[in-house]
Design a protein around this ligand. Structure first.
Ligand code: HEM
Length: 479
């Protein structure tokens, strides 16, 4: 070897060796002590993304759980991930060690909703915003909304009746959006409602599209619609400042001051309003669509649910001439269990994403800093150990409370859903009017599932609706 060769070894090899030895020595204690969870990381770069997308994601996760157990690693969507399929592990990430796992969303989604929306944050800012959102969606705050939600439910159902083919999911999206607007703004000028709906719908259409700045693409249109939404919200805020008395979410956000007396900026308010409308719409609409399917597929159950609601009409509501009360919505026990069982069966939020902010040890395994962590709600909801005969739609299983931490349709811990009471209330009210005043038939045999991104029955459950004549409506037990 000549002098140049020896020099090259010194210049290239020795520093690499020194760096390697240094990194080995300074490897964190947890990395030295613990091993990564079992599992496969797939191909370089793409990991197991193709397998994830080429099959039903639930089958992908279930097969992995069967092979590796409650905790396993994989590599999807460009990220190394640890999946957690036990109640204990989900609780560890979402509740007991929540400060070690931050929420994580793709940058493009954050920009679309608004980076100040509470679900992108941890710490003081999140706590402040969460308190405001939670207080405006708590039972004491939403009980006064019953008559308005009823009016929205009735006008939605009436707009479908007449026997035309309706895409149930799309129709339910309209319903849940209007209820969301009611909860956020209270009473709102019809012009602003229409402007919000129009622009929000463009935003919604571009949300899951490929992110690009090319003019005319759904993504670009969505970004422009998001900007217009900011202008509309600024105008609404400006007018509201003149009469700030209401306790709706917008009022709560505008009234809020932190300990130093700082108010929220218009951008912070706008991002959180869009965030809440976003969190409220597809979730509730998917579950309602599934409920219609489950009731349609189970005639005996449908009859029992009808009987529950007809009893309310006959006993207290003058055959339907008086509106529902909050107390009556608390008394729809069977319907409530149908909602819980639908949330379990459909598990529309199959999992959530967090990112480890430090190396974390769980049961002797290492979850490295920067890795994504995914508690798998659906796998837990479909585990026969907690929910026997899991594929059987059986609301009676909820006559007994589920084992703690095994039922998390609304998540768990500091980011758990603050809108869960509103979601359940609007579902109870819509079902009440549906089963007491309408008849519906699902078109075709609907056994498939589509993801958009939440699972919904194939083609959004096409169905036809008819309003029943008054004489038929009042006969108890008339299915
Ligand atoms: C059936 C309907 C719904 C389901 C299944 C659902 C489910 C969830 C879940 C699982 C989470 C936690 C996500 C995580 O931990 O990463 C969540 C968060 C959230 N939900 Fe819902 N949700 C529903 C309806 C609503 C409604 C109606 C609203 C508001 C009106 C709402 C507002 C929110 C907000 C603001 C968050 C973020 C909370 C935070 O980060 O602190 N949701 N939801």
């Amino acid at each position: 070897m000549d002098v140049v060769g020896v020099l090259a070894i010194h210049i290239l090899f020795l520093p690499t060796l020194v760096l390697y030895l240094y990194l080995r020595k300074h490897k964190s204690k947890s990395q030295q002590k613990n091993k990564l969870p079992p599992g496969s990381m797939g191909w370089p770069y793409i990991g197991e993304t193709l397998q994830f997308y080429s099959q039903d994601p639930n089958v992908f996760f279930a097969a992995k759980q069967k092979r590796y157990g409650e905790i396993f690693k994989t590599h999807i969507l460009g990220c190394p991930c640890v999946m957690l399929a036990s109640p204990e592990a989900a609780r560890f990430v979402l509740v007991t060690r929540a400060q070690l796992f931050k929420p994580t969303y793709p940058e493009s989604k954050e920009q679309m909703i608004g980076p100040c929306a509470l679900f992108f944050h941890q710490g003081d800012y999140h706590t402040r915003l969460r308190r405001l959102v939670q207080s405006s969606l708590a039972p004491e705050a939403i009980r006064k909304l019953v008559p308005d939600i009823e009016a929205i439910a009735v006008s939605t159902l009436e707009s479908w009746s007449g026997g035309d083919l309706v895409n149930t999911f799309r129709g339910m999206k309209k319903f849940s959006f209007h209820v969301g607007v009611l909860a956020v703004f209270g009473s709102l000028d019809a012009y602003y409602k229409q402007q919000l709906e129009k622009n929000y719908s463009i935003l919604d259409q571009g949300y899951n599209s490929f992110s690009t700045n090319i003019p005319g693409t759904p993504y670009r249109k969505a970004i422009l619609a998001r900007k217009r939404l900011n202008q509309i919200l600024s105008e609404i805020i400006y007018h509201k400042k003149e009469k700030l008395v209401e306790k709706d979410l917008l009022g709560c956000l505008m009234n809020s001051k932190d300990e130093k007396g700082n108010i929220l900026t218009d951008d912070q308010i706008a991002d959180n309003i869009i965030g809440v409308l976003f969190a409220a719409q597809d979730t509730t609409a998917s579950v309602l669509t599934w409920i219609l399917k489950y009731l349609h597929d189970n005639p005996k159950l449908r009859k029992a649910v009808k009987a529950e609601h007809k009893a309310i009409l006959l006993e207290s509501n003058d055959g339907g001439n008086r509106s529902l009360t909050w107390a009556q919505t608390r008394n729809m026990h069977l319907t409530y269990r149908v909602i819980l069982e639908s949330l379990r069966m459909a598990s529309i939020i199959s999992f959530t994403f967090r990112e480890a902010v430090a190396d974390v040890e769980y049961k002797g395994y290492l979850i490295p800093k920067g890795w994504k962590v995914m508690p798998l709600f659906r796998n837990i909801h479909h585990n026969p150990e907690f929910f026997p005969d899991t594929q059987n739609f059986d609301p009676s299983r909820f006559e007994v409370a589920p084992i703690p931490n095994t039922f998390m349709p609304f998540g768990n811990g500091i980011h758990a859903c603050p809108g869960n009471e509103l979601a359940k209330l609007e579902m109870l009210i819509l079902i009440h009017h549906l089963v007491t005043k309408f008849r519906w038939e699902v078109e075709g045999s609907q056994s498939g599932i589509q993801y958009g991104p939440f699972p919904v029955p194939q083609h959004g459950l096409p169905a036809r609706f008819w309003k029943q004549p008054r004489s038929l409506r009042q006969r108890p037990g008339c299915a």
